[in-house]
Unconditional design. Structure first.
Length: 390
């Protein structure tokens, strides 16, 4: 394969542009599988959606087209997705799309060796419905179909703000997590072998997540050049290509210095493309999203006393940062700015997180006598009760 060279005249780091280019290539690959007469729709997605959203929409449309040629009457006349024509879409009704959404709730895919069962929640179904809705609105606008059937799509009710339980670590669990990464507490023998080589890196990763609520992609793309300790700040590249400047506190400074001076591979041992990457693997390459997820799952599972599989994702540490800041009395609007939420209603989800309050309410609310009596009060209460009986 030919090596990709980035001719960068923007303020974005090369690794950010390289990642966007890989997304563009994935989009183009999917577009080559879809009917060529949808080119106008492809242009619409490219100009109106973020790269990852564009990729998600294209995947959904490809899945819908495959559904048409395998699960509907189209299979009698069409053998491939690219052979679909506008008239095939023009014959579809809102009922057909609603049946498709219902199919997506739970379906199976059989291979030679296995049967895979897929199940989608309401948010996933809403995304599928949205992608189909945008497609049919485009087809109707460009007169490729004779009617806009989107008004007949069944509504999908999503949870309202505060309706779902927010999963986040409590402050004592955060401290246990940091103790585990500092001292190797709770790690297996094989994990301890790697811990000795990566503990400072892993600590920096965890602290960046629980302090700033960074998204996984934002953390993974951080570079050494992102940090300016003279000004006490570092730069994050958010969604929609937006830059955000974060202040650096003492905890992050110490963790950063420990990692760079005690653990990070020497620059002369790294290939040019990874010299500026912040968090590196043992092999000297930029950590992947999957590797960071595994690190977070490992240490959060220790803090919660659960299995590695049930450990939290990096997004749960983002939730931890939000709930911890709001719990300390910070303004919900300041937290919204830090977390880069488009709408304050998103931040309100974390403000409605009352797990600590519920624990305090239930803590001393026992129904059996043994649990409700504490050592300090049992004898006094018993004596007072005896006097009252007399």
């Amino acid at each position: 394969m030919k090596e990709i060279k980035i001719h960068n005249k923007s303020d974005k780091p090369d690794n950010i542009l390289e990642k966007e280019h890989r997304i563009f290539e994935q989009c183009e690959a999917i577009e080559s599988e879809l009917p060529p007469w949808l080119r106008g729709y492809f242009m619409y997605l490219k100009n109106n959606l973020l790269p990852m959203s564009r990729l998600a929409y294209l995947r959904e449309i490809r899945f819908f087209c495959n559904y048409l040629i395998h699960e509907t009457a189209c299979k009698e006349t069409v053998s491939s997705v690219r052979a679909l024509m506008p008239e095939h879409f023009d014959t579809l009704t809102a009922i057909d799309v609603n049946l498709y959404i219902d199919y997506c709730r739970r379906y199976k895919v059989e291979t030679e060796r296995n049967i895979y069962v897929y199940e989608n929640d309401k948010s996933s179904l809403a995304r599928k419905k949205s992608s189909i809705s945008v497609l049919f609105k485009y087809l109707y606008r460009d007169q490729l179909v004779h009617q806009n059937i989107t008004d007949g799509f069944d509504p999908i009710r999503l949870p309202k703000a505060g309706e779902r339980e927010i999963k986040a670590l409590q402050d004592d669990e955060v401290m246990r997590m940091l103790d585990a990464v500092e001292n190797g507490t709770g790690l297996t023998k094989s994990e301890l072998t790697y811990w000795k080589k990566t503990k400072y890196r892993d600590k920096l990763i965890l602290l960046l997540l629980v302090t700033y609520g960074l998204r996984l992609s934002e953390l993974q793309q951080l570079n050494l050049s992102s940090f300016n300790f003279e000004r006490g700040e570092f730069k994050v590249y958010r969604k929609r290509g937006k830059e955000s400047t974060m202040p650096i506190n003492r905890t992050i400074t110490n963790a950063f210095d420990d990692y760079i001076s005690l653990e990070r591979p020497r620059e002369d041992t790294l290939s040019p493309e990874y010299k500026d990457a912040l968090v590196l693997s043992i092999q000297g390459t930029r950590l992947t999203d999957r590797q960071i997820r595994q690190i977070v799952k490992k240490y959060t599972s220790i803090s919660m006393g659960t299995s590695r599989k049930r450990g939290y994702s990096p997004h749960k540490l983002r939730a931890t940062a939000a709930t911890s800041l709001i719990g300390r009395g910070h303004s919900i609007y300041d937290v919204q700015e830090l977390m880069d939420h488009d709408h304050v209603t998103t931040t309100q989800l974390y403000a409605a997180h009352k797990l600590n309050t519920k624990r305090e309410l239930i803590k001393n609310f026992e129904w059996d006598e043994e649990s409700s009596e504490t050592p300090e009060t049992t004898s006094a209460e018993t004596e007072d009760h005896n006097l009252h009986e007399k």
